[in-house]
Design a protein around this ligand. Structure first.
Ligand code: NAD
Length: 320
């Protein structure tokens, strides 16, 4: 749990093949901080937390494992609320639900958050394209999508429907083939996606996609995608800004899934209202507009503006 100033700490559970306990803990802490800022800027009365399970999601999963995790979550008595993340699914959360009610994103409620995350990223890409290229549509804009999992694939569908061209990559070949078949996307090798000829680079795999090496290859003048912790370091954000590349702060653009699961928590027992969630998710584009404008007015990169705005929200405790 990173911060509970605004409400209980919300954040999904990631299952990954971490090399050590230290690596897993560092990831959980970094992701939990991102959740605090994400909830604050999305205007939600929630704090930030995250859980990680060390293991191979393709090999080490069992209902017993997730029930044990559920007991650990329950032990925190609602100060932390869990949900899906990379490597975990709605089914896994159903097993967690046997042990605790402090879990969101279940089949009977908001379910898989990734379609709403993808929708928020689409709004964010539109805002960034407007600011950087002065274009109101995505017609003939090329987006290089890194990672074609839950969010990446659905983002490709939305972008394709909006008239954008796609360049894609994934380390799993079937996912690449699906995108080339369904959307006429151009496939490139994973190490070539950041340098692809495109207006927008959309990282939708794991964190750290923007580092010294990828910055050197980048052709796009917008970086806007779903992945958490896209910047390998704060210096990478400053360098993007200096190079005239507009970066959509990750926890602002990828808040759609959180806005969706927050419905389960804030309106417990009420039916899931998809239309209301979709309307709230459009606010992501408006928030990014504000951030980009403030960044253009002053000398600060967008992620520093977003951090300052989130800190401001955290300084004022929510009214009960
Ligand atoms: P996912 O596991 O379904 O998809 C990730 C994809 O990235 C997989 O297809 C994987 O094969 C691919 N990948 C891994 N390494 C790669 C590489 N080097 N190059 C290209 N592809 C690579 O995860 P997801 O749910 O789609 O989430 C994607 C990102 O968005 C994550 O960083 C996650 O934390 C973030 N995010 C997701 C949500 C959500 O609602 N699912 C919400 C907010 C943020």
């Amino acid at each position: 749990m990173h911060d509970t100033t605004l409400g209980p700490a919300m954040g999904g559970c990631r299952m990954w093949r971490y090399a050590s306990d230290e690596e897993a803990l560092a990831d959980a802490q970094r992701l939990a901080r991102g959740m605090t800022f994400k909830a604050a800027l999305a205007g939600l009365p929630l704090g930030g937390g995250k859980a990680v399970i060390i293991g191979d999601p393709g090999r080490d999963k069992s209902p017993e494992l997730f029930r044990a995790f559920g007991r650990a979550v329950d032990h925190l008595r609602g100060r932390y609320i869990t949900g899906e993340d990379v490597g975990t699914s709605v089914e896994d959360m159903e097993a967690v639900r046997h042990e605790t009610r402090h879990v969101a994103g279940l089949a009977g409620g908001s379910g898989d958050p990734s379609p709403l995350t993808a929708l928020g990223v689409l709004h964010g890409i539109r805002a960034a394209v407007r600011h950087r290229y002065g274009r109101d549509t995505l017609d003939d804009i090329t987006v290089a999508v890194q990672g074609l999992g839950h969010v990446g694939h659905q983002l490709c569908r939305l972008l394709h429907d909006a008239g954008a061209r796609l360049v894609v990559s994934d380390v799993v070949m079937e996912r690449v083939e699906r995108a080339t078949d369904e959307f006429g996307a151009l496939a490139v090798r994973p190490d070539a996606i950041a340098g692809a000829e495109a207006e927008v680079f959309a990282p939708c795999a794991l964190g750290g996609s923007v580092d010294l090496a990828t910055r050197g290859r980048l052709r796009a003048r917008v970086v806007a995608g779903a992945a958490n912790n896209q910047l390998a370091s704060p210096e990478d954000g400053v360098a993007l800004h200096r190079a005239g590349v507009l970066y959509a702060p990750d926890y602002v653009i990828n808040a759609g899934g959180l806005i969706s699961v927050a419905q389960d928590i804030l309106h417990r027992g009420a039916p899931y209202d998809r239309a209301a969630v979709e309307a709230a998710v459009t606010g992501i584009g408006d928030r990014l507009d504000m951030i980009f404008e403030a960044s253009a007015r002053g000398a600060h990169p967008p992620e520093q503006i977003a951090d300052a705005m989130a800190q401001e929200c955290l300084a004022v405790p929510a009214v009960a």
